[in-house]
Every structure is written in C-alpha cells, then in structure tokens.
Design a protein around this ligand. Structure first.
Ligand code: HEM
Length: 499
C-alpha cells in the first residue's frame, strides 16, 4: 500500500511539474522568444508584459476615455484618440507600423498606406488568413462564413455568393427594402402624432436593417427572422460586453460563463436558421439563401454560417452608415437641404438615379465614422516589405479609423465633415494615397455586399429625407465606440419632424 501510495504521489508531482513547465513555456518563454525575433526583424512597439501582453494598458486607456466621454458634451469628429486611445498614444512613440501584444499573440499594427499597399500587393486574396485567435472568439458569430474562411474554401464560397450581388439581382432585391423601410417611417409618423417626436433612430434603423437582411436572405416576414436577429444581437453583446482577454493563455476558461452563454446562443441560432433552410424549396432565386443552396457546393454547416455572416456583416454596418449620416445631417442641416434638392431634381426629371451628392455624403460619412473601423489578417507565408520580414503566422491589425483621419493625407480639414471633398475625386476624396480610403476593405477580400449596401443606403435615405427633417436632441451624448462596428455608445436620439 505504502509503495503504491508513493508511486501515486510521484506521478502526481510529475504531472504538476509538467503542467507548470508547460504554463511557464506558453505564458512566458515562447512569447519572449517571439518578441526578440520580432525586434530583430526591425519592428518596434510598446513593451509587453506577459502573459497579458499590452492588454492591461489598453484597458486603462479605454477606461479613462470612457469616463471623459461620459462627462463631455462636445461633439468632435476627431475620433481616433477616442475609439482607439492606446493606438493613438503608441503611434506618437512608435510610428504607424509597430507590434503590440494581445496576451501572447503579437499583432502587427498598420496605419501607413504605403506599407499596406506594398504588403497587400504581395499576397492574393486566397493566401490571406484571418487571425486564428479571433476565429475561436467569434466562432459562434461567423463560424466558417466568408468573413473567416481561407484558401480554396474562401475561393469556393466567394464564387457561390458573388452572383447573388450581381446588378440584375440587386434590382430585384431593391423591392425587398421598401416594406421594412416604409413600416419604420409609418411608426415614426405615429410617434410624432402622439406627441413623441424624439426617438432613438439608431435603434429604429438597426431593427429595420435587420428586417431587410432577413428578407433578402430568406424572404422572411415572420417571427423566425426577428428571433434570429434578437439572438444574434444578444450574442454580440454577450461576447463584446464581457471583460475579454483575447490571446491570453487559458482565457477561454477565465471567461467561461460568457463563452458558454455565447455558445448556447450560437447553437440556438444555428438550429433556428437550419429549421428555415431545411424547409426552403430552393425555387426562389432572388433570395440569398437560394444562391447558397445552388449546385450543392456548400455543406449544410457552411450555409448556416453564411446566413449568420450575412446577418452580422450586412445589417449592422449598413445601419451604422445610416445612423452616423443622420447625426451629421442633423448637425449640418444645409446638407439635408442639398440632398432633398437633389432627390427632387432626380425624381422630377425621371432620370436614371445617379444621386451624386448623396454619393459624396455617404463616402464622407464612411470616412469620418467608418462602420468597419479596422480589418484583420494573418500571414500564411513570409512577406517581405522593403527590408522588413513579416513572418508566416503574424497577425495584423489595420487601423482604418486612423487612416481616414490622417491630416498628412487628408489635409488640415481631416477631422471635418466636408462631403464636397468627393466632388472632383468621387472615389478617393482627393486624398494623397489610394490605400488611405478603405470603407469597404481592400484587395481580394473587399466587401462582397458593397453594392447592396450602397443601394440600401440610398433607397432608405431617400425615403427618410422626403418625409422628415432631423435635428439633434439635447439628450444626445457623443461617444463613438467600438462594438465590432463603430457605434454611438448611447444611441442617437433625434427630433424628427414631418416635412
Ligand atoms: C455600409 C455597409 C458596409 C460596410 C461599411 C462594409 C465593410 C466591409 C469591410 C471593411 C470588409 C472587409 C473586412 C476585411 O478586410 O477583413 C467587409 C467584408 C465583408 N462584407 Fe461588408 N460592409 C458593408 C455591408 C455589407 C453587406 C450589406 C453585406 C452582405 C449582404 C456584407 C458582407 C460582407 C462579407 C461577407 C464580407 C467578407 C468578404 C471576404 O472576406 O471575402 N457587407 N465589409
């Protein structure tokens, strides 16, 4: 018995020592070795403290800014140091390309267009990866949908989905927008008539774009669409309101309650979507799911994941583009007048819709308040940029907000809302570098829904501006914040008046 006990004890001690060694190896030794290699490769950056990397100072900076924002009433469009205070601070000492650490994961931070151009010209769309560390974190949301998938699978998914956004199909889908948009405007009229002209238009617009994407995906008008939508929103807030430690070893266990909640919601959403998909008779090509099912090129799992990707990728980005537009139109009513005048002219002349001024406004809104504030990549091969080597496996964080607000590229008025900058250069707004304006991303992985988004934006804005005028409520608090997309933290209360 004593012998057996002794043997058992030494096995336990051995096991504990082994686990301790692995812990020290993964939390300290390996990250330090990678850190040294990165510095040798020529990249600077803030000093990490393992196992958290730079997470602690990022959280401190964010907390300070959030406290300031809740007491400040001023509206400034100079938002980079508000939404990414730590990047703004690190840029001052390390420039626009440096390495920072989320736990033991190094991220190459990029806010320099020339560096981005050189780097992306060396890599095809199918050779880019998406950070593995986020794949795990965002699995319940996107699974293996287009946003996350890589390599030959990405090419296959993109081929299946592309025809859904072809110009003829977009025309068909335009009719699907009208009912949810009109329903929202009728609700506004009812609210105004009952003496409540002040409303949170962010909430209103978000649920309308959710309904639009449910229609475009499935043709749904019923509760199942809104149930999926509600659960997706709950999952987003579970994942992004939690105290996250992405990249920190064993962090899945630290935040396990939140992760379990997200997983549970993810499963419920999958089941709901599957119950809709399996009853789909495949005959209605005009809906997105019809394209996904064609030719059985995607598995059942992949179809569900693509539907989730549409819901997430499509509804919030477009909702935020419209929301920030209404904020800016409320602050600068002269642009409301100009847009109404353009709508009157185009509709009056019965000409094919160009809406040039609206295009400038949309571009300028997406520049100043970019719905997609960053893009992420992971190198799946060594990449050489001048004399710097980005090793295979390096994560990258491309700071779109910084590039859209850089005065060296956009001039002294970089932080002002000036749609007319797109008058003579409607694609790039006269900026000095073509990789500086990236509202829909870049390269092969550019947004697949761009044309759908532009159409939805214009149709909804026309409907809103021809019925109502908008002014800012005194209760509005300006606090743009990141919640995957760029959102007004406290919503957008506006006073809405019928014309
Ligand atoms: C104003 C609205 C929108 C904005 C600002 C926007 C922005 C973006 C950006 C910046 C990317 C690239 C992300 C990256 O490089 O990692 C992207 C990708 C994507 N977007 Fe959008 N988007 C919008 C609307 C939509 C809509 C309406 C849909 C679908 C109906 C959609 C579906 C997607 C998908 C599936 C991808 C992944 C493409 C790929 O990796 O191949 N987006 N979007």
């Amino acid at each position: 018995m004593g012998l057996l006990e002794g043997y058992f004890r030494s096995v336990m001690v051995g096991l504990v020592l082994y686990l301790l060694l692995r812990l020290i190896l993964s939390c300290l030794i390996l990250p330090i070795l990678v850190y040294r290699k990165i510095r040798k490769n020529g990249f600077g950056g803030p000093t990490p403290r393992f196992p958290l990397g730079n997470i602690r100072e990022m959280k401190v900076d964010t907390k300070i800014i959030n406290n300031d924002a809740s007491s400040s009433l001023a509206i400034s469009h100079n938002i980079h140091s508000i939404v990414f205070p730590y990047f703004a601070r690190w840029q001052k000492s390390h420039g626009q390309v440096f390495v920072y650490w989320l736990g033991k994961e190094p991220f190459l931070y990029i806010a320099e267009p020339e560096f981005l151009k050189k780097m992306s010209s060396r890599v095809h769309g199918n050779k880019w990866g998406k950070p593995n560390v986020f794949k795990h974190d965002r699995k319940p949301m996107f699974g293996s949908g287009l946003v996350m998938v890589e390599g030959d699978d990405w090419v296959r998914h993109r081929h299946v989905i592309n025809p859904a956004f072809s110009p003829p199909n977009l025309k068909v889908m335009a009719s699907l927008l009208l009912e949810p948009a009109t329903k929202m405007l009728e609700r506004w009229t009812t609210l105004i008539n009952s003496g409540k002209p002040e409303m949170d238009v962010e909430k209103e617009i978000s649920s309308m774009t959710g309904e639009i994407i449910a229609r475009a995906t499935f043709g749904l008008r019923n509760e199942k669409g809104s149930e999926v939508f509600e659960k997706l929103r709950a999952m987003q807030s579970t994942l992004f309101n939690s105290n996250r430690y992405v990249g920190v070893p064993f962090s899945h266990w630290i935040c396990s309650k939140k992760n379990l909640e997200a997983k549970k919601l993810g499963k419920e959403i999958d089941q709901l979507l599957w119950s809709i998909i399996k009853d789909w008779d495949g005959s209605h090509h005009r809906y997105l799911v019809g394209y996904l099912m064609e030719g059985e090129r995607l598995s059942a799992r992949e179809i569900v994941d693509e539907c989730k990707t549409f819901f997430f990728g499509a509804h919030e980005t477009t909702a935020m583009a419209l929301t920030w537009t209404l904020l800016l139109l409320a602050i600068y009513p002269q642009w409301q007048i100009q847009l109404r005048e353009e709508i009157r002219q185009v509709i009056g002349d019965g000409e094919d819709i160009a809406f040039t001024t609206m295009g400038w406004v949309m571009n300028e809104v997406l520049r100043v308040y970019s719905s997609a504030p960053n893009a992420q990549r992971q190198a799946r091969q060594d990449i050489k940029v001048d004399d710097l080597l980005i090793p295979n496996g390096t994560n990258m964080w491309i700071d779109i907000v910084s590039m859209h607000h850089d005065p060296t590229i956009w001039g002294d008025e970089a932080n002002e809302f000036r749609p007319e900058r797109f008058k003579d250069d409607h694609l790039y707004g006269g900026c000095k570098h073509k990789m500086e304006f990236l509202p829909f991303g870049f390269g092969g992985r550019m947004c697949i829904g761009k044309n759908f988004a532009i159409m939805e934006y214009k149709v909804v804005l026309i409907l809103m501006l021809t019925r109502f005028s908008f002014s800012l409520s005194p209760t509005y608090r300006h606090s743009p914040s990141i919640f995957i997309s760029l959102r007004p933290r406290y919503g957008l209360p506006l006073i809405v008046q019928p014309l």
